[in-house]
Structures are given as structure tokens and as C-alpha cells.
Ligand binder design. Structure first.
Ligand code: MIG
Length: 755
């Protein structure tokens, strides 16, 4: 991208328009530590799919020009811009943050044509080996200590430094390894933690894009995209939590979910008939393992036709759901976007009549193959199409469905990928697959959320596989088709932590692994590790070993019961974290680096995570291991199981036999807990237990009806519990507009577990 000399600028309030010899740049200060940068070009204006409302806070800025350098100052930042659009951003105190890289890109190991041919001859893919300059590109300087976090669901480890990634929603059936460039989601948001200071970058461009975070060179990292414009946000804030908050201020926070969605969930592809589902439902109750949700995968449909019901195998519509409901279960059904091409099928007929399906570049209906065979792709970028699709959910809601699971919305296709020139719309503007691919899942999830909200009046429960930055406002996510591999259990921690740092607080993996066969030990460790992951669902694939706890014998049943019960005891703590997260954007499941960013021991810590700020879970993630090396950061910590007091800032070795997931609580914590139940709603939650961890501290707890939006009208209680130096507990009611608990019972730590 060429810019040339900086010629002039004009200022309009917080927005500057910079004229370079060969290009123009718009720079807008949105608040003192958030700046929006857009390179002007002659492309049609792309509407942001992630930032849906104009965001701006009145901020004092000053602009000065010193020779060829322009300096824009906000109360928090100094932005210096020179010829060739070289831009450096530092804190107001001159702490260096983002710097443009001044040299040329040089591939560390440039590969010649002859070598490329040899590599290709052996059958390897060489597309990523050629050094490539992108039509949209920016190259930034790297410092030796820079670490990267965020980027959504990318595979591998917590710190993304030295790896390269792509944003192109991808359904790849191979085992997800650390060398994968892309999975199902595109969230081009990156946090750079420097030795001193930190910043975020959000590249708001939906085209296929690339991030090379020090693989090509230790001197720089780059962002490139195949289309669209260079349109990005610089996010300051000083600390990592503040950067995450700034990012979710822009793109939205994860909303407070219904309480039951935090319960344990069971799924399998496939429970092929109503009897399969019934048996699972009954077995959980008879074994007294709590469970709230049962998922129905594609088998419930007739010929995989969306919005149909297979009466032969699943009985009369509504009957199964009524039975499940009577047993305390909520049902979630899957929906894929691919709509069967079948004259006479109502979805096909309606879609055809109204022009709701994507067309090829010559204007013919675009057809590919997915589960129902030949199928069409609804053009979800258009509101009219979303409303049509959403409207059909009414039938499922009326049958008694409580949540919707969106799959295959990358979109996936069995007969080769969709060509880039398939015609899709961004609202009424005609565009193509190249631009809309990465937001296909986003718009499908949005359609689902809006429909469920309107049809039920409750907080929608949507789970999507594909999405884009900002989809967290509409949907929860799961990480797609992992496998029953120890490496995938290990990956769960960094993957969910990075999703959380990218705004997706409500996320989870298939517990036990989707593909391949779980072992008793693997399932135990997975249940222990996922017990505090926001979306807690066991799911597995057709043809693999069945994965409900009782498939593996008594010990697995006992461990599952213990940890699933523990989950239900911690429900009010998790719910409070969601309530706070709706305001702050901070996730439930957090890497330690979020709160201890200057501690070098946690930059690459993949084997433990925090739940909120008060708790650390350190699950065993290795086959055969019965001890765990736990790092506890500075401060005083208490072992949840034994009550032992431990000074942090060091590694400890903890015994961790098969039924133990080490858990630590910060001194002074007060953790709200409920008595265990078999499902949310089994008994009224009229008693709150407070797990008291020694030390001074206070805690705010939120209580409401757990289902609808009444809390936004003030129908909730807010309590503040305080523990003083002597260990006295006092309760203050900060807001009182909901029936309060009948009992609040403090419990000391160390009984193993309370209630
Ligand atoms: O290609 O609906 O990720 O959770 O069970 C398989 C069947 C299609 C992929 C999803 C998985 C789901 C499965 N689906």
C-alpha cells in the first residue's frame, strides 16, 4: 500500500483527515485510549458487522505539526504520523506501544521456485510458503518480549507469538493441531503485552486475512487481507482488563444468559430416536448426576431438512419435549443453514419465490451439497432473509425447544468450497462470498437470537460454530470438532481463555472430545477441567465410543457426579461473573496473565486458569499424571479442598489423584454457592451459602429470576457481603427489588465442600 509524503490534514472535532501524496487516511479518536484508523480508498463503504453502533466519547485532543510529523495527543495517548503513513503510538507518558516497522518485509527463509516445485511434487501444499504481499497490509515492529493474546478460537497455546494465523472460517475435519492457521471463527482482535505496557488491535475487515506474529521475522509482525480496506482500531487502556473492556465497549459484551444454560448439558450425534434421548434423560436422574439440557443433533429432522421433524423416529411433535420438560430438562435442537433443494419442501419454495438463496455470478441458484444432499444457502446478510429464517423458529419454540444450536455455518460444503464470487448481500448491497464468508455464521446467529428473543421474551440461548468479532452479543460458541485426545484437553484451556479475551465469555469445548474414542481417565480429567468452563456440554460423534459417564464404569460415574455437583454449587458465582461481564466485558474463564500481566511466570501458562478474579483451577491435563505443578501468583491463596493456606509467587506440587482437580481461592474471597440440585428449577433457590475464605474482603452478588429481561427494569437484588479483619461477615442490600433469600449461611472453607 502506497502513501507517499504527508501533504496536509483537516480536523473536524475528534476526526482527522490526512492527505498523503497517494492515499488518504481517516483517524478518529473515539475516546482517550481508543483510536479508529481507516485508509481511504475507492471501494464501496463497508458497514462494520462488529461495531454496530457509533461509539464516541467527547475527548480533548490537540494536534500539532512539526515539519513532516503530525502529533495527535489525547489525555492517554500520543500518536505521531509521518510520511508514508508511518504511525507510532505511545502512552501519554511516552511509554512506547505500537510502532510501524520501517524496513521492507523479508521472508526469513525465502523459498525459490525450484524448491517450491520439489515440495509440491511430494504432495505438500505450497500456498502458504510463497512470500505474499497483500492488497491490504500493515507491518508493525516487534520487541523481543512481546506476547500476543486473543484471536478467538485459534489452536495451539495461549501466547500466539511466533505463529501465523488466517481468518477464514474453516471446517477442517483433521485433528486440530497447533500448526492450524484457522478454525471456525474469525475474530481479528489481538492483544499485545509488552515488557512495559500493552495494547489491542482490532482489524475490522471480513475478507480472508492473515496475521504473522513473528514467524516471518523476529523484527516485525504483519496483518494482511485479500480485500476490503485497512480499517482498524488501536485500543489502549494501560492494563489487559482495560483493553478487553475497550474492545467489548466497541463490539459489545456477552449478555447475561438464563441460569439453566450454565447447567450441565449432554449431547451426541446421534441419538437417532426419541427412545435414545429418553434413556439418557432417565439415566442421569437415576444416577443422581445433575443435568439440565439435552441436545438433539441433525437426526431429529426428516432427511436433514431444516424446520422439519422426523415423526417416525421421534414421535409426535412436542411430545418428547413435554416429557423432557416434566423431567426438568431443557431441549436444544440443531439447525444447519444448508436448505434442501427439493421442490415442494416449504423452505425451498419460500426461499425460491422470494429470492432468499445465494446465486452464482450469472444469477443462477447456487447449489452445493451438505447433509440433506443438494442444498441452497440462505443469504443471511439481508434482514428480510434473517426475519424469514427467524420466523420459522416459532414452530420449534411452540414445540417446546429452549435453545438453538447453529452448525455448518462457516458455511461448510461437501462438494468443494463455495467460490468467492457467489453472490451474497450485505443488507441490500450486492456483494460476494469473499466479503461475506466470515460473517455468514454471525448473521445466522443474529437471526436466531433476534427471533428467540421476540418469540420467547427470554434471554436467547444460541450456540454457534462459526462467527465473527461481535457475535458474542448474540450467541455462545463451542470450539467445534475436537477429538478425544489428551492434546485437545490441553488445548481447551488456552483456546477458551483466548476466546474470553476476545469478548466471547460464553464458550466451551465438547467435553470428552467429539471425534475419536474417550477413555475413562480422559473423560474424568475433562469433566474436572471443564467444570468451570462456561459452556459445559459433553458431546461426541457418531461411530465413536459413547460418552455419557456411565459408559465407563463406577469411578467415572463418581468423578462426574462430584464435579457436576460442584458446578451446580458454584452456579451463583458463575452467574455473577456473567452479570459483571455484561458491564465490563471481562470473561468468566481467564488466563492468569489477565490479572498478573507483569508476572513473567504466567505469560505462557497453559495449564491453569482463573474463574473470575478469586479462583484458580489447575486441572490435570496429562495422561497418567497424579500430581500437578501449580503456579500461584503473588498473594495468599487457600486450597479449596483442604483449607491449607499457601503463599503465592511460586510453584507448588499438588497431589492430584484421579478424582482431584486442584482449586485455589484468594484470601478474603467470599464465594456464593447454592445447594446441589439435579437441574435448575428443581427446588427454589431460597438459601444462599457463602464460602468464606479467611482475609478481609467484600463481594457483590446479583439475584434475579434467571430467565428474562426484568432485571433491566430493576427487578433484582444486589447484596454486598463484607468480611472484616476479625472474620465478621456483614450483609448490605445495595438494591432490593426481588424476593430475597430466606437464609444466607456462611460456611468456613476446608470441609472439602459445603452445603
Ligand atoms: O459434519 O451435526 O461440529 O457438533 O454433531 C458433521 C453433526 C456435522 C458437526 C458439528 C458436530 C455435529 C455434527 N456436525
Amino acid at each position: 500500500m502506497k502513501y507517499g509524503r504527508l501533504i496536509s490534514y483537516t480536523q473536524d472535532g475528534q476526526q482527522l483527515e490526512l492527505a498523503f501524496e497517494e492515499n488518504g487516511v481517516l483517524l478518529e479518536v473515539l475516546k482517550e485510549d481508543v483510536v479508529h484508523i481507516r485508509v481511504r480508498d475507492d471501494l464501496p463503504p463497508c458497514r462494520s458487522k462488529a461495531v454496530e453502533e457509533k461509539k464516541s466519547v467527547p475527548t480533548e485532543i490537540s494536534v500539532s505539526r512539526d515539519g513532516q510529523q503530525l502529533c495527535v495527543t489525547t489525555p492517554a495517548l500520543k500518536i505521531r504520523i509521518g510520511d508514508d503513513f508511518r504511525m507510532d503510538i505511545s502512552g501519554a507518558d511516552e511509554t512506547p506501544l505500537l510502532k510501524d516497522y520501517c524496513g521492507e518485509r523479508t521472508a526469513a527463509a525465502a523459498i525459490g521456485e525450484k524448491e517450491l516445485k520439489q515440495i509440491a511434487a511430494e504432495g505438500h501444499d505450497i500456498t502458504n510458503l510463497k512470500e505474499k504481499n497483500y492488497p491490504v497490509q500493515t507491518v508493525k515492529a516487534l520487541d523481543p518480549d512481546d506476547a500476543f493474546y486473543g484471536l478467538g478460537d485459534k489452536t495451539g497455546f495461549l501466547n500466539k507469538r511466533n505463529y501465523e494465523y488466517e481468518n477464514w472460517n474453516t471446517d477442517n475435519p483433521q485433528a486440530h493441531n497447533e500448526d492450524f492457521h484457522a478454525l471456525y471463527k474469525s475474530i481479528p482482535f489481538l492483544i499485545c503485552k509488552k515488557k512495559t505496557g500493552a495494547y489491542g488491535l482490532f482489524f475490522d475487515n471480513t475478507f480472508h486475512s492473515y496475521l504473522n506474529l513473528g514467524k516471518e521475522s523476529p523484527e516485525y509482525f504483519y496483518y494482511g487481507a485479500d480485500g476490503g480496506s485497512l480499517d482498524y482500531y488501536f485500543l489502549g487502556g494501560g492494563t489487559l482488563p482495560q483493553i478487553v473492556s475497550n474492545y467489548t465497549w466497541l463490539t459489545g459484551t456477552t449478555p447475561l444468559p438464563q441460569l439453566w444454560t450454565l447447567g450441565y448439558q449432554q449431547s451426541r450425534w446421534g441419538y437417532v430416536c426419541a427412545k435414545d434421548i429418553r434413556e439418557v434423560a432417565e439415566k442421569y436422574r437415576s444416577l443422581q448426576i445433575p443435568c439440565d439440557v439435552i441436545h438433539l443433533d441433525i437426526d431429529y429432522m426428516e432427511d436433514y431438512k431444516v424446520f422439519t421433524w422426523d415423526e417416525a423416529e421421534y414421535g409426535k411433535p412436542g411430545e418428547l419435549f413435554a416429557e423432557l420438560k416434566a423431567g426438568g430438562y431443557k431441549a436444544v435442537t440443531i439447525l444447519d443453514p444448508g436448505t434442501k433443494l427439493e421442490p415442494g419442501y416449504f423452505m425451498y419454495e419460500e426461499g425460491m419465490k422470494n429470492g432468499y438463496f445465494a446465486k452464482d455470478k450469472d444469477g443462477n441458484l447456487y447449489v452445493n451439497v451438505v447433509w440433506p444432499g443438494e442444498a441452497n444457502y440462505p443469504d443471511f446478510g439481508r434482514k428480510e432473509v434473517r426475519d424469514w429464517w427467524g420466523g420459522h423458529h416459532k414452530a420449534l419454540v411452540d414445540m417446546g425447544v429452549s435453545g438453538i444450536w447453529n452448525d455448518m455455518n462457516e458455511p461448510a460444503s461437501f462438494r468443494g468450497p463455495l467460490p468467492l464470487d457467489v453472490v451474497f448481500h450485505d443488507e441490500e448491497r450486492e456483494t460476494d462470498h469473499a466479503e461475506m464468508h466470515n460473517v455468514y455464521g454471525h448473521f445466522m446467529a443474529k437471526a436466531t437470537f433476534e427471533a428467540l428473543k421476540e418469540q420467547t421474551g427470554k434471554r436467547p440461548f444460541v450456540i454457534t460454530r462459526a462467527c465473527y468479532a461481535g457475535t458474542q452479543k448474540y450467541s455462545t460458541v463451542w470450539t467445534g470438532d475436537n477429538q478425544s485426545l489428551w492434546s485437545h484437553l490441553q488445548m481447551m484451556v488456552p483456546q477458551l481463555c483466548n476466546l474470553g479475551m476476545s469478548g466471547f465469555s460464553f464458550c466451551g469445548t465438547d467435553v470428552g472430545g467429539f471425534g475419536a474414542d474417550a477413555t475413562p481417565e480422559l473423560l474424568c480429567r475433562w469433566v474436572e477441567a471443564a467444570c468451570f468452563s462456561p459452556l459445559f456440554r459433553n458431546h461426541s460423534a457418531m461411530g465413536t465410543r459413547r460418552q455419557e459417564p456411565w459408559q465407563f464404569g463406577e469411578e467415572v460415574i463418581a468423578v462426574s457426579r462430584k464435579y457436576i455437583e460442584l458446578r451446580y454449587r458454584f452456579l451463583p458465582y458463575l452467574y455473577d461473573l456473567f452479570y459483571q461481564g455484561e458491564r465490563t466485558g471481562l470473561p468468566v474463564m481467564r488466563p492468569l496473565v489477565l490479572h498478573y500481566e507483569d508476572d513473567p511466570n504466567v505469560r505462557d501458562l497453559n495449564g491453569e486458569f482463573m474463574v473470575g478474579e478469586q479462583m484458580i483451577a489447575a486441572p490435570v491435563l496429562e495422561q497418567g499424571a497424579v500430581k500437578k505443578i501449580v503456579y500461584l501468583p503473588e498473594g495468599i491463596w487457600y486450597d479449596f479442598w483442604t483449607g491449607e493456606k499457601i503463599a503465592g509467587g511460586r510453584h507448588i506440587l499438588r497431589d492430584a489423584p484421579l478424582d482431584c482437580c486442584p482449586i485455589y481461592l484468594k484470601a478474603g474471597s467470599i464465594i456464593p454457592m447454592y445447594a446441589p440440585v439435579q437441574y435448575v428449577g428443581e427446588k427454589p433457590y431460597d438459601t444462599l451459602y457463602l464460602l468464606i475464605v479467611p482475609g478481609e474482603g467484600s463481594y457483590e452478588h446479583f439475584q434475579d429470576n434467571g430467565t428474562d429481561y426484568a432485571y433491566r427494569q430493576g427487578e433484582y437484588n444486589s447484596y454486598r457481603f463484607t468480611q472484616d479483619r476479625e472474620g465478621n461477615i456483614t450483609t448490605e442490600m445495595l438494591h432490593h427489588q426481588y424476593p430475597e433469600y430466606q437464609n444466607i449461611i456462611p460456611e468456613p472453607l476446608g470441609n472439602g465442600c459445603i452445603c
